[in-house]
Design a protein around this ligand. Structure first.
Ligand code: HEC
Length: 141
């Protein structure tokens, strides 16, 4: 009787937790954008827009264009001539996770970079921004 209860308990927890583990493994690369609101993110992008365009066909501003940023190696926007040595040598390939860290505090994430921006402390705001960037940075160029 007691054994059966233990068995059912064990079975129950496997059934409860296994699906959660599987769903996270598959789409981890979208873990942050999935929790963000792209419409709020578009508003939050106003502070970035002063320095960044989102498509490859535009002239870069103070910072590089952010077209197709996810999955792209850092410092690889061809139209941007002023990347820092730090970013060029970083070996970073942009993902939602490292972009989140970069946006939280660029200076501590990568010392020596040239993005003069203090960072965004609000975690939800960063998720919103990342959700917006997922939509707005995909271009055919
Ligand atoms: C004052 C201007 C400025 C602001 C504001 C700014 N950036 Fe930047 N950003 C830069 C510069 C300059 C670089 C290049 C840094 C380097 O070479 O070290 C950069 C680099 C980047 C990169 C890396 C691009 C690449 O090609 O590897 C990303 C991603 C980025 N910024 C996103 C953002 C986002 C999102 C915001 C808004 C939250 C933002 N930036 C705000 C100037 C700015």
């Amino acid at each position: 009787m007691r054994l059966k209860a233990v068995f059912l308990l064990a079975l129950g927890s496997v059934l409860l937790f296994a699906p959660a583990a599987f769903s996270q493994a598959g789409d981890g690369q979208f873990a942050l954008s999935r929790e963000g609101d792209a419409v709020a993110g578009q508003r939050a992008f106003a502070v970035c827009r002063a320095c960044h365009n989102l498509t490859a066909d535009q002239q870069p501003r103070v910072g590089p264009n952010l077209d197709n940023i996810f999955g792209r190696p850092a410092a690889s926007s061809e139209s941007f001539p002023r990347y820092s040595q730090a970013l060029k040598a970083s070996g970073i390939v942009w993902s939602e996770q490292n972009l989140d860290e970069w946006l939280a505090k660029p200076r501590t994430f990568l010392p020596g970079n040239k993005m003069t921006f203090p960072g965004i402390g609000d975690e939800q705001k960063r998720k919103d921004l990342i959700a917006y960037l997922r939509e707005a940075t995909v271009s055919a160029n």
